[in-house]
Design a protein. Structure first.
Lengths: 168, 82
């Protein structure tokens, strides 16, 4: 019994290590884009990734057929959404994105949706369900964020103005 | 520029600089994940223990108080025909 448990643990450790080796790079890139940090100085992204992978490790045995990468990505996204709401939503402060990040001109929510939709290729409906938003809203935010990224001068002003009119 | 081109441009913008994965990440992940698992095990055990204790307490109370036995009558029947 004990022997079987030990071999089971060893196999799990092997599988998990292989998963981390394959997925960590891409997930860390996604997390760094989310937090808007510079690629070589990303403590928040590392922390997010560590939490997501640890959660995946803890759920490893109960994942019957579910994709662990999907699980980690979901946890990363929801965790970032919650953190952005609590700590970084209140205007410029310590959460201000680093200027060297490619998504520095976007708000945390826009970054989240752009990373999920365009970098990770998650379908609009899935992203909407994950974040608890209507699908049309995800579509609109994604469009607006794309426009802001491609034309920063023209895109930034209406985004700020609309945020002032409707703070909710 | 249509929608597909715009999205492709943004994708290229994001793909530029992949950050290096720190080597100590895996150890930290394992440490935290194992701690999470341990805590879950402890919580599950505590929950079962509480359930067991409640069941034992209920049994002991039921056996001593015997709530199914009809309580003795508190009023005496009126005395008539004396």
């Amino acid at each position: 019994m004990r022997e079987r448990q030990a071999s089971h643990n060893a196999r799990r450790a092997r599988e998990f290590e292989a998963f981390v080796a394959g997925a960590a790079g891409r997930l860390l890139h996604a997390a760094t884009l989310l937090t808007g940090e510079a690629p070589d100085d990303n403590p928040r992204a590392r922390r997010l990734l560590t939490l997501a992978l640890a959660h995946t490790y803890a759920c490893w045995d109960r994942m019957r057929g579910e994709d662990p990468y999907d699980h980690a990505r979901q946890y990363l996204a929801t965790r970032f959404a919650r953190g952005a709401w609590h700590q970084y939503g209140g205007g410029p402060g310590r959460g201000r994105p680093h200027p060297r990040s490619p998504l520095a001109v976007l708000t945390p929510q826009e970054r989240l949706i752009v990373v999920l939709r365009l970098y990770e290729g998650v379908a609009e409906e899935q992203a909407a369900a994950l974040l608890g938003l209507p699908t049309e809203r995800v579509h609109t935010i994604c469009d607006r964020a794309t426009a802001t990224l491609l034309h920063p001068r023209r895109g930034q002003t209406p985004a700020v103005a609309s945020a002032k009119v409707a703070p909710s | 520029m249509n929608r597909t081109e715009r999205e492709a441009t943004v994708r290229r913008l994001m793909e530029q600089v992949p950050p290096p994965v720190p080597p100590e990440l895996y150890g930290e992940v394992l440490r935290r994940g194992a701690r999470m698992l341990r805590r879950r095990t402890v919580a599950r055990r505590l929950l079962w223990l509480a359930l067991f204790a409640a069941a034992v307490a209920f049994t002991v109370w039921a056996l001593t108080a015997r709530p199914w036995v009809e309580p003795p009558s508190q009023t005496t029947p009126p005395l008539t025909g004396w």
